[in-house]
Design a protein around this ligand. Structure first.
Ligand SMILES: [Zn+2]
Length: 323
């Protein structure tokens, strides 16, 4: 029995830390390209289902992050609807599917206006040789130092690098190795080749073919703002989600910056949802509690479902992909 089952499914989150979200309003909707950002309650229901399914497994393994995975299990477990606003508590963990969608929308708001002004946007990929789990944390720190060093070298040569750097990491189940890499959007392509050469000089075992630069389009920019790690293996044939590998990745990024702009200042980040206290309000507040059997939030007083979300075949199979 997992610890979550033994807790009877009630969230260990005090009610007065509820936060405002905007899913009943439409201000984030303009970022809804193909359903992965727009923050409606239906999409929240889908993310919630995936989160609960994955975290149910993650909390069963021995990990120092167990408590944090549990927080993610309970992310947005309760939704309070007042007028046209839904309020919820968020775990703010990097692996949380719900929180990452909110974060993605915030990053797009903060950075996309600047990226739109870069006419020669370039998408640069820097990789190192795949590493076993013992070397993952050390490699991430090497990569960070090396990229900082290259920026320094370039600055001394009179070139100020401007861009956004994002760390990603995938897992190869066949070789049981990890593939950490940087995706970088630069404001132009001028120094791309030089950067790659400097990188290869310091990572001599890295494959030249793994390094790449090409013009960046809108899609590659959006890609940069998405989650830190793909949940499943990199291979198209293998969509298995390996919880132990994910746990190793999540442990190794503790304290590591996964997203960093350099050489420019972004628009101010939208403030995170504001903390409010519900103590004094008494008018028309509807509370809904997430039910893992119905995959929806239910009002315990009326039995009413909040979203009437139905999981599709693909989502149903998600559970069986997790090992
Ligand atoms: Zn969360």
């Amino acid at each position: 029995m997992s610890i979550l089952t033994s807790l009877g499914g009630s969230p260990p989150i005090p009610f007065n830390t509820l936060e405002i979200t905007s899913e009943l309003q439409s201000e984030i909707e303009e970022f809804n390209r193909d359903g992965w950002v727009g923050d409606t309650l239906l999409r929240r229901a889908k993310s919630k289902f995936l989160n609960v399914t994955l975290m149910d497994k993650m909390t069963r393994i021995q990990s120092p992050l167990m408590q944090s995975y549990q927080d993610t299990y309970f992310c947005s477990h309760q939704i309070t609807v007042t007028d046209n606003k839904a309020k919820s508590c968020f775990c703010k963990k990097r692996w949380c599917i719900i929180c990452n969608r909110i974060r993605t929308a915030q990053l797009i708001q903060a950075y996309m206006p600047t990226l739109d002004t870069w006419v020669q946007k370039t998408f640069l990929t820097l990789t190192i040789k795949n590493v076993p789990k013992e070397k993952l944390k050390g490699s991430l720190s090497e990569m960070y130092k090396t990229f900082s060093l290259i920026k320094d070298i370039e600055r001394k040569r009179g070139f100020k690098l401007v861009g956004i750097r994002k760390l990603e990491c995938t897992y190869n189940r066949q070789s049981d190795e990890y593939h950490p890499h940087y995706h970088i959007i630069l404001n132009n392509s001028d120094r791309s080749e030089i950067i790659i050469n400097e990188w290869l000089e310091r990572f001599q075992t890295a494959d030249r073919k793994g390094q790449d630069f090409r013009p960046a389009d809108k899609d590659s920019c959006f890609e940069l703002f998405k989650y830190f790690t793909k949940l499943s293996s990199n291979s198209k044939k293998d969509n298995t989600i390996t919880v132990n590998a994910l746990d190793n990745i999540f442990q190794s990024i503790t304290g590591v910056r996964t997203f960093q702009p350099f050489g420019f200042i972004a628009n101010k980040l939208e403030p995170p949802p504001e903390n409010i206290t519900l103590g004094e309000q008494s008018f028309d507040i509807q509370e809904y509690q997430y039910n893992t059997k119905q995959n929806d939030w239910i009002n315990p007083n009326t039995g009413e479902f909040l979203t009437n979300y139905e999981i599709n075949q693909n989502e149903k199979s998600f559970k069986y992909r997790i090992r």
